[in-house]
Design a protein around this ligand. Structure first.
Ligand code: MF3
Ligand code: CO
Length: 249
């Protein structure tokens, strides 16, 4: 069942999402060679709590931290550790916050210092694909119109879309129906309606789309060792026109 949100509920999700967006802004300034992913996690947790939110991922299915990181060939769900970032890495920063029981969820991928052109292109295309998907988040469209738009853009650039993880409805729970795949034929799935709130989150690999999960039971990496990027916004479907991006500042 897809739980529709009232305008008041969307406002609470907007508050949670704003904390996520602001935390990303702070984190981006702290990403540089020499810092550990654990340091970034501590900044994220302090920021969320300091702004009246609760970290959404900590404790979720026993996940131990506030932030999910994904360095280089890591796709999603890397656990912050003593790993030290070095110049030329890329890092995905995925985080969620809860305000008054409602969730906001967002992710960005950023470079650690300068990166080669193809790596910058991977990040740009992934963010663009997310935005192309979001543009399809219009009343009357079907869910897979979002999925198709994402896949189309990614594959036009020769990259591949991860299948094993998907976007999701979001509200009083981090993961609600419907699932939002980043691939598929257009014109399928539920029609989009006012009150739907969705997390759109393409994960894009330079090589093949297959991923595997490491022995820590969390970290997903590309099977072929190629680089991967991840962006995510929480969006609310509007009565008409494009969706409201709750995780944008
Ligand atoms: N943003 C991710 C998602 O939507 C991260 C959640 S996994 C967690 O699935 F366990 F860390 F919470
Ligand atoms: Co998500």
């Amino acid at each position: 069942m897809i739980v529709l949100k009232t305008p008041e509920e969307v406002e609470m999700m907007a508050q949670a999402s704003k904390i996520v967006a602001e935390a990303h802004q702070v984190l981006k300034k702290e990403v540089r060679p020499g810092v550990t992913t654990l340091f970034l996690d501590s900044i994220a947790e302090e920021f969320i709590r300091g702004h009246g939110g609760v970290p959404a991922f900590k404790g979720y299915r026993n996940y131990p931290k506030t932030l999910c990181v994904a360095v280089n060939d890591e796709v999603v769900h890397g656990i912050p550790s003593n790993r030290i970032l070095k110049e030329g890495d890329i890092i995905g920063l995925d985080l969620g916050a809860i305000v008054h029981g409602f969730y906001g969820d967002g992710a960005v991928t950023v470079p650690v210092g300068p990166v080669p052109d193809q790596v910058a292109t991977l990040m740009r295309v992934t963010e663009e694909a997310m935005m192309k998907g979001i543009e399809q988040g219009v009343v009357g469209n079907r869910l897979s119109d979002i999925s198709h738009a994402v896949q189309q853009h990614v594959e036009a650039h020769g990259f591949s879309v991860v299948r094993d993880f998907v976007g999701h409805g979001i509200g009083r729970q981090l993961h609600e129906e419907p699932q939002v795949p980043n691939y598929g034929r257009p014109g399928h799935g539920p029609r989009l309606q006012v009150g739907m709130v969705l997390a759109i989150e393409p994960m894009v690999n330079v090589g093949g789309y297959h991923v595997r999960v490491l022995d820590d039971q969390w970290t997903a990496v590309t099977q072929d060792g190629s680089l991967s990027a991840h962006f995510e916004h929480t969006i609310a479907i509007q009565p008409s026109g494009p969706p409201r991006i709750l995780t944008a500042l």
